[in-house]
Design a protein around this ligand. Sequence first.
Ligand code: SF4
Length: 92
Amino acid sequence: MPLASLAKVEQNSCYWVVRSYSNTNGGLLKVRIDLEICQGQGRCFSIAPSIFDFDDLGNGVVIGDGTLNTDTLALAQLAQANCPEHAIFIEE
Ligand code: SF4
């Protein structure tokens, strides 16, 4: 089961916020952006500039190979929950 489906998110006044998350099988998790879906709204690199950057067209890109650790997982999930295009995927 993808981790993203395990995240519990709730809507704050302006953003969706991650309230809890878990990784049931301890597998390596990576974040990626589907550039066919991304429309360059910029929330990902505003929320998590240590994980996401933007390309010459203003679309979001993942910094490095996208591997997440316990520190970056929640931040990546927060960006995922706030992507208006649902272009961010967290997968094993
Ligand atoms: S928040 Fe979503 S749509 Fe906006 S740049 Fe990031 S991936 Fe693309």
